[in-house]
Design a protein around this ligand. Structure first.
Ligand code: SUG
Length: 445
């Protein structure tokens, strides 16, 4: 058996973090639309969460923010002249596109890619498919730069295969690891890969909110990764209608344990049976199901109990659930969390982290991280400059304090000063994280 760890790579929250209401079906995003944000508080909250995980003993990496405002995207729409002029005209003539071009959405790294660990991949490499995120315009602008970031973090092609995103069409709508749960006896052993989809490619979709993942996209990712142990499950329509825009809003899993809400899957019994069958001979799955009676779906969504990180900490037998403080603030969610720990089940500890700035856009602790199972040799082959240490945490905090604004209203996104400000910040970051030359579009221009 190869020993392996589950590392996390979190999206570093970018300087344009804002509440522009860009994601229909994501209730927090709609509810907080138009509010002023605090990008500096947001990035510091994200950095503190990363440090917390590193201090708990798990390898922690950082994925750099993308260049925003995305001037090259606006130029493809026909806006021309100086960069400042492009931004100004876009806000005047096409404000929805301008807002999309300013979003800091790459922070939600659970949507960066789907990852298959080497233990599950036919060719013995770790596979990554950046998510095309075609359902929302602001997110569809992410995958190429995400691919660059993954190449920078996982540079050795003998160990890592970073694929292109799936073709960016609605039939292959893909939201990455937010709809993927891997269960296993031990991270280094072959696992079961649960892939949750919301609609079929050719299905006429009539839901009020979009279903962001197609079955065919999930199948294609598993196929190109040569992934073993794939189990496909349909996300429940009720969950999507209630505001579950990704499966990770109502479900999280680690090792043998799947922790989920009873409305997560269209066919809960069938999903459990399929997981059991796929796990046969590998491990005995443990299902921790929370009923709607104990926790109505609306509370699950507003408190993000399931958008938590379920982690095995070094030297501990039972798992730790890392929840947002909103879970503690919701009486029902808090009661469920307390009961879990009090029972003799697989979850032995609950910790809370403050990621309120991200939460107000529907991004909890689990949204902010991409899980990557790595064996020792693979871990050693990652870019060490992107790994969070006490020192890097301090340097990035100082960098954020220098460059980030502490208040940003959606209207401020039209400020041309933001272009130079963010570029200066990203230029400084490129050196710190050793991202290579020409990492950002403005550096290649
Ligand atoms: O895609 N919010 C993100 C939140 C992603 C959360 N990720 C996971 N559940 N894994 C989204 O809906 C809102 C941006 C705005 O409205 O300004 C946004 O994109």
């Amino acid at each position: 058996m190869t020993s392996a760890v589950e590392a996390n790579a979190d999206g570093l929250i970018g300087p344009t973090h804002s509440y522009a209401g860009l994601s229909p079906g994501n209730l927090a995003s709609s509810l907080n639309a138009g509010e002023a944000s605090n990008p500096r508080a947001a990035v510091l909250q994200g950095l503190d969460k990363m440090k917390r995980l590193a201090d708990l003993g798990l390898p922690q990496f950082v994925l750099p923010p993308h260049e925003r405002p995305n001037i090259p995207f606006l130029r493809t729409l026909g806006f021309s002249g100086t960069d400042a002029r492009v931004l100004e005209r876009a806000w005047k003539d096409a404000p929805a596109f301008a807002a999309a071009a300013c979003s800091a959405s790459p922070m939600w790294a659970a949507n960066a890619a789907t990852v298959t660990p080497s233990a599950d991949a036919a060719d013995g490499r770790v596979h990554f498919t950046p998510a095309n995120l075609v359902t929302n315009l602001h997110r569809a602008l992410e995958h190429q730069q995400t691919q660059r970031a993954l190449d920078a973090l996982f540079p050795d092609p003998a160990r890592f295969a970073v694929h292109d995103a799936l073709p960016a069409v609605a039939h292959l709508a893909d939201e990455g690891a937010a709809n993927h749960v891997r269960l296993c006896a031990d991270h280094g052993q072959p696992g079961v890969n649960l892939l949750v989809w919301g609609r079929e490619a050719y299905e006429p979709w009539t839901g009020a909110y979009p279903a962001r993942q197609t079955r065919e996209a999930s199948e294609a990712v598993a196929r190109r990764h040569g992934a073993s142990g794939a189990v496909l499950a349909r996300q429940s329509k009720a969950a999507i209608a209630g505001g579950t825009f990704h499966n990770d809003v109502v479900c999280v899993g680690a090792l043998e344990t799947l922790f989920f809400h009873d409305l997560a899957f269209e066919d809960t019994k069938g999903t459990k049976a399929a997981i059991r069958a796929a796990a046969e001979g590998l491990f005995e799955p443990m299902f921790v199901e929370v009923t709607s009676a104990d926790l109505p779906l609306a509370d699950a969504i507003s408190s993000y109990l399931f958008n938590s990180m379920l982690v095995q900490l070094p030297g501990e037998d039972r798992l730790t659930l890392i929840c947002p403080t909103e879970t503690r603030d919701n009486a029902r969610s808090h009661a469920v969390a307390e009961r879990l720990v009090g029972s003799n089940g697989p979850i032995g500890r609950v910790e809370y982290v403050d990621v309120r700035q991200s939460m107000r856009n529907g991004g909890g602790p689990a949204c902010l991280r991409l899980r990557v199972v790595l064996n020792e040799a693979e871990l050693a082959a990652t870019n060490p400059a992107m790994r969070i240490s006490e020192e890097l945490h301090a340097r990035l905090s100082e960098w954020a304090n220098r460059w980030y604004r502490d208040t940003l209203a959606p209207a401020d996104l039209a400020d041309p000063a933001l272009i130079d400000e963010t570029r200066s910040a990203l230029d400084a970051l490129t050196g710190m994280l050793k991202l290579g030359s020409g990492f950002y579009p403005f550096q290649r221009a």
